[in-house]
Design a protein around this ligand. Structure first.
Ligand SMILES: [Zn+2]
Length: 103
């Protein structure tokens, strides 16, 4: 087994991650809205026989409107309301996705 792996699938779901269902709730990452997929995991020395990976303490996210994956420090993330970001391009403050916003 090589050291190369698909990080996109190495995470552990946790619906309590941001209080609401993590997969559908957007969070504020580096300038764009991200969906939190769950806790990033990585194999350790026991993974080969246990089959379990360990949480890295970081959160695996995917960009809204794209398929770029990011590993983020939970301290750098904050929950976003649906009105605050664009569902198409993922930009915070963009309102071009046709979502009904107050005001
Ligand atoms: Zn947009």
């Amino acid at each position: 087994m090589s050291g190369n792996r698909n990080n996109c699938e190495a995470f552990e779901e946790d619906d309590d991650l941001y209080g609401v269902g993590s997969v559908t709730s957007a969070i504020y990452g580096p300038g764009v809205a991200l969906y939190a997929l769950g806790w990033e995991t990585a194999p350790d020395k026991e993974t080969e026989w246990s089959g379990y990976e360990q949480r890295t303490g970081r959160v695996l996210c995917v960009m809204v409107g794209d398929d770029c994956y990011f590993s983020q420090d939970p301290d750098d993330l904050a929950p976003l309301d649906r009105e605050e970001y664009c569902g198409e391009c993922g930009q915070v403050g963009c309102q071009h996705d046709g979502y009904e916003r107050e005001g």
